[in-house]
Design a protein around this ligand. Structure first.
Ligand code: PEP
Ligand code: MN
Length: 445
């Protein structure tokens, strides 16, 4: 039906991990058929543009910044929240572009990041066991039997929430908000009380004078006032992703129009599994998470399955080893892939290999470990002569207290102050900017 894409029943007959168990199959079929009739959220041409930009990154001519919430929530679909995330990502990108003079490809974990793989199917509190929260796409966070029941109507709500988010993102990035001439205003409503903020302000002033000079010289390019920004999420729910797949009228090729870049998680990338069988047929640029148990052969096989034609920019490997594992685990993977002659984007997720529980019971990460993983990633690529192509981070524009350390030296007691994530702990605005300065230094070495 969809030009080589297996139909949904075929996909569900394959080994499939981390899927919801809906009580009423007829309700799922109804939602899927309604989604199939709705307009695409993104356009094939935009996915192609992103793939071209990623091809340049794979070639060492750019850097990928991918970031956003671990799990978006329906309650988080409001202007302040979306603007905050965009602002921190654009600020990080400006730091890297200006300080390291490297073009930055900007991709949000946004407008679709609503479904979560979980390590346990159930959660027990005070002797009561209920299904785990799997993201707003599947069930509610509230710990009641009603809320934790898997509900297919939520798939329509992801569509609507993603559409509303994307609409605002597009307005912000093309409608003046991202204009570099207003760079100081982006963070105007934050108190400037830390050295990261002072450093950012100084850089913003430098950029303003450089721009004033360019404009006085007659350079007034659209590139200064708008940015290209792309949406990405983990393509976890087969029903939703399949229902959002459309044939591009120009090329007659299938694209999953739920987001520009889609990634396969560490837990769903089995070579004989349904996620690989689906994603090898859609033409979006793809991310693949690789954890510390990945062998070189696994990575090569996955790349072969998903990109047999070696399309430039198609594959981004997102390595998430854990700070202590990178130097041992990453080199054989890079070696195996590079020796096939294939070019991929190598990017570092310094979050998912560094999660632990604090003594006071919060799922957290330490900023020191995050920086250590990024640094080890840069060191390994430097030693191997390969290009460290990007970072993949969980962050928010708010001053939350979910990860330890950073410029504000958050400690375990601070975690209780503003711990707001629906899933994994995110870097706050200052920690994100601090990381951006560190990456810029590594890039300009
Ligand atoms: C994630 O990116 O939120 C995630 C679950 O990652 P991984 O698949 O790498 O565990
Ligand atoms: Mn996560």
């Amino acid at each position: 039906m969809l030009n080589g894409v297996p139909n949904l029943a075929e996909l569900h007959a394959m080994p499939q991990m981390q899927q919801p168990s809906y009580p009423d199959p007829a309700a799922v079929a109804d939602v899927v058929s309604r989604l199939r009739g709705l307009p695409p959220l993104v356009f094939a041409g935009e996915c192609d543009d992103l793939r071209d930009k990623l091809a340049a990154v794979a070639d060492g001519r750019g850097f990928l910044l991918q970031g956003g919430d671990c799990a978006e929530t329906f309650a988080g679909v409001n202007a302040d929240n979306i603007k905050g995330k965009l602002r921190v990502l654009l600020s990080m990108a400006v730091v890297m572009t200006y300080a390291a003079q490297v073009p930055v490809v900007k991709v949000g974990r946004i407008a679709g990041q609503y479904a979560k793989p979980r390590s346990k199917d159930t959660e027990t509190r005070n002797g009561v066991t209920l299904p785990s929260y799997r993201g707003d796409a599947v069930n509610g966070f509230e710990f009641t039997p009603e809320s934790r029941t898997h509900d297919p109507r939520r798939l329509l709500q992801i569509y609507n929430s993603s559409a509303a988010t994307l609409n605002l993102v597009r307005a912000f990035v093309k409608g003046g908000f991202a204009d570099l001439r207003g760079i100081n205003a982006w963070n105007a409503d934050f108190v400037r009380n830390s050295n990261v903020e002072a450093r950012y302000e100084a850089l913003a002033h430098e950029i303003e004078s450089a721009l004033a000079f360019m404009i006085a010289c007659g350079v007034d390019d659209e590139q200064l006032s708008t940015v290209d920004f792309y949406a990405s999420h983990e393509a976890l729910l087969l029903d939703y992703e399949h229902a959002m797949t459309r044939i591009d009228s120009r090329s007659q090729l299938p694209y999953d129009t739920s987001g520009h870049l889609l990634w396969i998680g560490e837990r769903t990338r089995q070579p004989d599994g349904a996620h690989v069988a689906f994603m090898r047929r859609v033409n979006n640029p793809l991310g693949i998470k690789l954890g510390p148990s990945t062998s070189g052969e696994d990575a090569v096989l996955t790349a072969e399955l998903l990109d047999p034609d070696r399309i430039p920019g198609r594959i981004t490997f997102i390595t998430r080893m854990g700070a202590g594992n990178v130097r041992e685990k990453l080199p054989p993977i890079i070696d195996a892939v590079e020796s096939t002659g294939r070019k991929v984007v190598w990017t570092c997720d310094p979050m998912h290999g560094n999660t632990f529980e604090s003594a006071n019971g919060f799922k957290t990460r330490s900023f020191v470990d995050v920086c250590a993983e990024v640094n080890a990633f840069f060191d390994v690529h430097e030693e191997m002569g390969t290009w460290p192509g990007g970072v993949h981070v969980e962050l928010t524009g708010d001053d939350v207290t979910e990860c330890l350390g950073g410029v504000d030296a958050l400690d375990e007691a601070d975690l209780a102050n503003r711990y707001e994530t629906a899933c994994d702990p995110r870097l706050n605005r200052n920690q994100s900017l601090e990381l951006a300065f560190m990456i810029a230094e590594r890039l300009s070495d």
